[in-house]
Design a binder for this molecule. Structure first.
Ligand code: ZN
Length: 274
């Protein structure tokens, strides 16, 4: 199995020991900008099945996925089982859904059925195991979602404003009650303009925002400049479109896992804003 970015962790949990996972696009890689190399193409060609996130998150890999699918490769966008009614279409991403669903844990959990189905289709004799692991994983994700709700509630409602580099947290904000303000829009392809920076500085001052945040897969220069101009502190570095290094523990959480990344992010946000 070859996976792209964040989906690796859930695929490993559903596949268990029955499945070998080759994960492309590791820590710190920006999926919006990532161009596949010839080595990547070879790794994808070798796979029995490929899982990626979809909703145009991996913008420059789309052609390659389509080509592989046409050639008969089993290729799954894990977000295909997320109900369309839950997807948001932000104005600045005209005509496309916002792909950053993983920070609403209940939405990321909706990708589990696609993983179970994909693995079962390529390996029918493992179906029972994949279904059992999928159900266990869904249970763990439901508990993580509850933890997020309880943790977010530690910040008084008026103080739940999350200012970051790019709009990776819209679903997060909707799920856990934060107003989310991004400097760069939904994709990192367009760079932040000066007028955006000036209006963000005004906004931070007016709302008396306590802290703003940089992201691990986005250049922090612009947000650092905003923090200086607005006279606020940087509350920490959040994971946005890529997980951390496997085993890299921060605030006690293994940020190389989906669970650890989510807990680390929210703990960082809550500590800085409460
Ligand atoms: Zn993004």
């Amino acid at each position: 199995v070859t996976t792209i970015g964040m989906v690796a962790d859930l695929v490993k949990q559903v596949g268990g020991e029955r499945v070998g996972v080759d994960a492309l696009m590791g820590p710190g890689v920006d999926p919006h900008l990532y161009k596949p190399t010839s080595t990547d193409a070879a790794r994808l060609n070798k796979a029995d099945v490929i899982f990626y996130s979809g909703l145009m998150l991996e913008g420059r890999m789309g052609d390659l996925f389509a080509k592989l699918a046409r050639a008969g490769k089993r290729v799954y966008a894990t977000t295909e089982s997320v109900p369309e009614s839950r997807l948001a279409e932000p104005a600045e991403f005209e005509g496309h859904y916002d792909p950053h669903i993983w920070f609403d844990v209940s939405m990321w959990a909706e990708t589990v059925p696609t993983i179970v189905r994909g693995l079962s289709e390529v390996d029918p004799s493992g179906r029972e195991l994949y279904e059992k692991n999928g159900a266990d994983l869904s249970g763990r994700l439901a508990r993580l979602d509850e933890w997020c709700k309880a943790t977010a509630a530690q910040v008084p409602e008026g103080g739940r404003i999350l200012v970051t580099s790019h709009d990776a947290y819209n679903y997060f904000g909707r799920a856990y009650g934060f107003k989310v303000v991004g400097l760069q829009g939904v994709s990192t392809v367009s760079e932040a303009g000066l007028s955006d920076m000036a209006s963000l500085v005004d906004y931070i001052k007016k709302q008396k925002v306590k802290a703003i945040f940089v992201e691990s897969s986005v250049n922090p220069a612009a947000i650092k400049r905003v923090a200086e101009d607005a006279g606020v502190q940087i509350g920490g570095e959040l994971y946005s479109d890529a997980m951390g290094e496997p085993g890299d523990r921060k605030l006690g959480f293994d940020t190389g896992t989906y669970d650890g990344m989510v807990r680390y992010n929210l703990t960082t946000i809550v500590n800085a804003l409460k």
